[in-house]
Design a protein around this ligand. Structure first.
Ligand code: ATP
Ligand code: MG
Length: 577
């Protein structure tokens, strides 16, 4: 462990591992896995799970697997396998030689199921899905035994083999564990292990006509891979007795010299609270719905909490990993303020993003005493936080653009930007003083400012020690490039759209201003060479990155995050009101 990590106190999973290491439970071994179902793109909650699982293995010198839990053939697709692998790699984890598929274990799972039938621990049931539900009972009432529960072993073996071979229609039979229909834990009421399903599997093809249920499959997957600590989210807490029951049932009678073979690995399931984040949804079903209904442009829409969306938005892998580490690991559900995530990305980009000047709402400025037709190059610092980033040159000429909001004709007392008669600094350039305001005679709108500059202040310093209070960003009008800026904001207007309580639909709370397109921005010319993914701080404006839609003919930038938390102010105001 590094010094920094040692300082933070252990989370409860690390405590379990340390005890295991002391008692020699696993011989000092730590092996974890991240088991996504390939039925959607990964989101920031998954990143939390990845960082936790893979981080534990890294911390304790163990190993980790990326395992696709592809036991449900109906909703799974190769596109998701591809995107998930890409996202895990992008987060910075090297999984190339440990990408595994649960479907590769179908044969082994089947053999274990046969073993449980032989041991009298499983039976073939002919109840329909609806009947099975009826027989299951409720939280307050015990269930009833299936009339098929006492079939003999030979009949069960024969029926299960014929289920596998496709003799029975979908839904007509299941294989169930024989546990206890009166158990207070409903998961233990003879749960279904296999269902008949004639479906094409993205990897196994048409080989199988039975598919395993999650609870049956998961522990076996962990066991086959020798997973020591099987970390999952809290909703599986009530499933843990079943997870353990299945492995214990397989291990029953196993051991040295046993006809069944050696005992199999019994991984320890450990549950933690899933990440919930404000102002967004994290359910795959809802994310898919947003994609399918066109409320977003795709899984990688920069407003989505998906890894691919956040990547396109300009998030760095470091910022996501730092965030996941900082929020910690808990045993109780709570919602994390999205401002924490925004703070983490700002902090990272402040250190790493190159600075540039961009004017979002241009107002023309003519420097009257600057010679017509002349121009010059001025040095600008690329990143004041990182001297090694060096400097660049930006062109200056007689006609410039500044932000419209940086000028006021009748300013209040504390307005330190430009106004008639006032002097300000143009960043890296000169001191300028506003001498006149040109208005559209019809509308009265300000269309141009006339200024003078002081040639002695080149670079933005005055030789006579004269001070100015304001420093503005600017671009040279004739050199500036046009760009489309996509200004993103939170996808929802309410903190908890995943749990709307007033009966409205979560989609009713989409933020209509989550994407505002600015097509009038003027950018310093050096930005024309930005390649997709390049990240910048537009000084005084925010953090931006080049979108993959960008081309030399039409540059497109995404706003990753503003420079400050503008929502905090809004929320504060809301509280006061
Ligand atoms: P579904 O609800 O459809 O099962 P899921 O988000 O649980 O979706 P999985 O593919 O099963 O999707 O998730 C893979 C792993 O990521 C699981 O181990 C799951 O516990 C974990 N995970 C999912 N969502 C979160 C979250 N918000 N925070 C932390 N871990 C999560
Ligand atoms: Mg799941």
């Amino acid at each position: 462990m590094s010094d920094a990590e040692e300082k933070r106190s252990l989370n409860f999973i690390e405590e379990i591992i340390e005890v295991d290491n002391r008692t020699g439970k696993w011989g000092g071994k730590v092996c974890t896995r991240f088991p996504p179902e390939p039925n959607g793109y990964l989101h920031i909650g998954h990143a939390k799970s990845i960082c936790l699982n893979f981080g534990l293995a890294e911390t304790y010198g163990g190993s980790y697997n990326l395992r696709f839990d592809d036991t449900n053939p109906v909703k799974e697709e190769d596109e998701y396998v591809r995107s998930i692998t890409e996202d895990v790699r992008w987060l910075g984890y090297d999984v190339d030689d440990r990408i595994l598929f649960a479907s590769d274990y179908f044969g082994q799972m089947y053999d274990y199921a046969v073993e449980l039938i032989r041991k009298g621990r499983a039976f073939v049931c002919d109840l329909t899905a609806e009947q099975t539900r009826e027989y299951r009972g409720t939280l307050t009432e015990p269930g009833r035994n299936s009339p098929y529960r006492d079939r003999d072993v030979e009949e069960n073996l024969d029926l299960f083999a014929r289920m596998r071979d496709g003799e029975f229609p979908d839904g007509s039979k299941t294989l169930r564990a024989k546990i206890d229909m009166a158990s207070p834990n409903i998961n233990l009421r003879d749960p279904v292990m296999y269902r008949v399903l004639h479906a094409h599997h993205h990897r196994a093809g048409d080989k199988w006509c039975v598919y395993p249920m999650y609870d049956w499959a998961h522990g076996i997957e962990d066991s086959i891979e020798g997973i020591t600590h099987s970390v999952c989210t809290l909703e599986f807490e009530n499933h843990r007795p079943l997870y353990d029951w299945f492995i214990d049932a397989i291990n029953e009678g196993r051991g040295p010299g046993s006809e069944w073979g050696d005992k199999i690995v019994h991984s320890q399931q450990i549950e933690f609270a899933r990440l919930r984040l404000g102002y967004t949804v994290m359910s795959k079903r809802k994310l898919l719905e947003l994609v399918q209904t066109g409320h977003v442009s795709g899984w990688d829409d920069p407003r989505m909490p998906t890894i691919s969306g956040m990547r396109r938005r300009g998030f760095t892998p470091t910022s996501i990993r730092t965030f996941c580490d900082r929020i910690g690991v808990a045993k109780f559900n709570s919602t994390i303020d999205i401002a924490k995530l925004e703070h983490t990305i700002r902090e990272d980009l402040n250190k790493t993003a190159l600075r540039a000047m961009a004017v979002l709402d241009p107002l023309k400025v003519v420097i009257e005493n600057y010679p017509e037709g002349e121009e010059e190059m001025l040095d600008a610092v690329n990143n004041p936080e990182d001297a090694s980033a060096g400097t660049r040159q930006v062109p200056f000429a007689r006609e410039l653009y500044i932000e419209r909001a940086d000028f006021m004709e009748d300013p209040p007392r504390k307005f330190f930007r430009l106004s008639p008669g006032k002097e300000v600094r143009l960043r890296y350039a000169y001191f300028v003083t506003c001498t006149d305001v040109v208005k559209d005679p019809a509308t009265g709108e300000i269309v141009e400012l006339r200024c003078t500059y002081d040639p002695a202040t080149r670079g933005g310093d005055s030789p006579d020690g004269r001070k100015v209070k304001g420093t503005l960003h600017w671009v040279s009008a004739k050199h500036a490039i046009d760009a489309e800026l996509r200004l993103y904001d939170r996808l929802f207007t309410i903190p908890d759209p995943d749990r709307v309580k007033d009966g409205s639909d979560y989609k009713d709370h989409l933020n209509p201003e989550s994407l505002v397109v600015n097509a009038r921005a003027k950018l310093e010319p050096g930005l024309a060479s930005g390649v997709a993914g390049a990240r910048y701080q537009f000084e005084r404006v925010g953090y931006f990155c080049v979108d993959p839609d960008s081309s030399p003919e039409k540059m497109v930038f995404n706003r990753t995050v503003g420079l400050r938390d503008s929502w905090a102010k809004i929320e504060q105001k809301g509280k006061k009101a």
